[in-house]
Design a binder for this molecule. Structure first.
Ligand SMILES: [Zn+2]
Length: 90
């Protein structure tokens, strides 16, 4: 995302004095991610190569007799397969 914002979590939790601890950091992180931002991050984590950031190329092969779909995701840039899994049609 391009619209990253820097948040000083000491302003978010003014009651906390002194050094920051992990629980304060986690609270701040949870508070600053909206549902839409979370959804966008989840979609990105399944469709973007985590090595180079390019879009993954998906291949689906459906067997309509067993009702199963084989899914494969490849990064054409890195020439690696990142996902290989089967789903059952519902
Ligand atoms: Zn890649």
């Amino acid at each position: 995302m391009d619209d990253k914002k820097v948040i000083d979590i000491r302003e978010e939790f003014p009651q906390d004095q002194g050094p920051l601890d992990l629980s304060t950091t986690v609270k701040a992180a949870l508070k600053t991610v909206t549902r839409d931002e979370w959804r966008e991050q989840e979609i990105e984590s399944h469709t973007i190569c985590y090595l180079c950031g390019q879009k993954l190329h998906f291949i689906h092969q459906t067997d309509f007799i067993t009702h199963e779909v084989d899914e494969e995701a490849n990064c054409l840039h890195c020439q690696i397969r990142t996902i290989k899994q089967s789903h059952r049609l519902q």
